[in-house]
Design a protein around this ligand. Structure first.
Ligand SMILES: [Zn+2]
Length: 138
């Protein structure tokens, strides 16, 4: 990841995915490619990305119908993979406000253990947190 950023290559532009993203694309839509996150959050059982077809950084630039397609693809993907509960996150805009590492618009779908499974020692680190931005100092 650091190497491609250093070289000025966007790892999420579709023409770069095969070379710079390890996980294969599972599903292509007209606007989104669904793939596993190469760097899943600690404790996640499932962490997938929806990567937009074009290099944009803001939701205001999305094509008409792109949002619907993303939710439809995530919904189908969860049904096909028995993911019964998850969180969808999309950071956008100025990265200095979001903590994102890649400016290319993408959405995350993350699922950890169920409340019952957290009690199972097989998933001791299944507490998932989401970065929502930076806290304004008091
Ligand atoms: Zn890109």
């Amino acid at each position: 990841m650091e190497e491609c950023i250093r070289l000025g290559i966007c790892p999420f532009c579709w023409e770069n995915l095969a070379e710079w993203h390890d996980a294969p694309v599972i599903k292509f839509g007209r606007f989104w490619a669904i793939t596993a996150n190469d760097h899943p959050y600690s404790g996640a059982k499932h962490h997938y990305l929806g990567i937009y077809a074009y290099h944009i950084s803001s939701i205001s630039e999305l094509a008409l119908g792109a949002g619907d397609e993303l939710l439809s693809l995530f919904s189908e993907f969860c049904a096909e993979n028995d993911i019964v509960g998850a969180t969808a996150i999309m950071r956008f805009g100025e990265m200095t406000y979001t903590g994102a590492t890649v400016s290319h618009l993408h959405a995350h779908i993350v699922s950890g253990a169920s409340k019952e499974e957290v009690m199972d020692p097989k998933y001791p680190d299944s507490f998932i947190t989401s970065v929502l931005g930076y806290k304004v100092p008091e």
